[in-house]
Design a protein around this ligand. Structure first.
Ligand code: ADP
Length: 233
């Protein structure tokens, strides 16, 4: 696939997310502004002062966290093969999608596999791009709000990631075209996002299963071979 095509699709994902990120950063900033105001009130007690100050710090940390997540999405690293913990990546996905989900009246639930870290091999930033693209579509399929469920599971040598929405769903024909170039139902769509996501997942030796029902929703199940680190001694 042409590097330029991959890059411009990534830029589109980044710019689509920008509005919700800006919105989400405005909230902590507004809170901080209010508390600084309160800190300036005459005769304020020391414990109250401390309390307001801590809220300011934690709100600023939240804004910084959102910005850091967003910037890491825009990174353009060369492809790497490294051990990836799918629990960590799905948690990251939930953090970055939370802003977009709130923006679209979508409730988000996350269920992570317990026990040993579910590791697989791949390029972390590309994997993020694939997950975010699938998650973003799931949210956009719920224009009147709904439920987005993110889950990971470990079964023997397989680590799975499930992304499930209660959105518009797809017909059999639409499902067949999903992941093929230039298939899009969006006004400003390029029809390349899913193709890129699928190719990233396949490069990681992942398997993709998509089930969908019109009016009910869609479930993506991504199954990856588990990587077992060699332990010494
Ligand atoms: P684009 O974002 O340019 O439309 P994609 O290849 O990323 O291109 O997506 C192709 C199409 O797949 C979308 O236009 C949308 O119709 C459909 N799609 C993807 N995910 C979902 C989903 N969870 N529910 C319903 N339709 C979906």
């Amino acid at each position: 696939m042409q590097e330029e095509v991959v890059k411009s699709e990534k830029m589109r994902l980044v710019s689509d997310m920008a509005a919700s990120v800006a919105h989400e950063i405005r909230n902590p900033l507004t809170a901080v502004r209010g508390f600084i105001h309160l800190l300036g009130s005459p005769g304020i007690q020391a414990d109250k002062k401390e309390f307001y100050k801590n809220i300011c710090f934690s709100e600023l940390d939240r804004a910084e966290h959102i910005i850091a997540d967003y910037l890491s999405l825009a990174r353009t690293d060369p492809e790497l093969m490294e051990a990836i913990n799918v629990n960590v990546e799905v948690e990251y996905l939930s953090n970055i999608l939370l802003t977009y989900a709130n923006f679209n009246n979508v409730n988000l639930s996350v269920q992570l596999a317990k026990g040993d870290a579910p590791l697989t091999m791949g390029d972390r930033y590309k994997f993020r791009q694939a997950l975010i693209n699938i998650g973003k579509h799931a949210i956009e399929a719920m224009p009147n709000g709904g439920m987005l469920e993110l889950a990971t599971e470990c079964r023997n040598d397989i680590a799975t990631v499930t992304i499930r929405d209660t959105g518009s769903g797809m017909t059999g024909d639409q499902l067949k075209r999903l992941g093929t170039p230039y298939y899009s139902t969006k006004e400003k769509g390029t029809g390349l996002g899913m193709m890129i996501s699928f190719s990233i997942i396949k490069k990681m030796n992942g398997k993709i299963d998509v089930r969908s029902e019109v009016g009910k929703g869609t479930r993506f199940t991504l199954a990856f071979p588990r990587h077992k680190p060699v332990t010494m001694g």
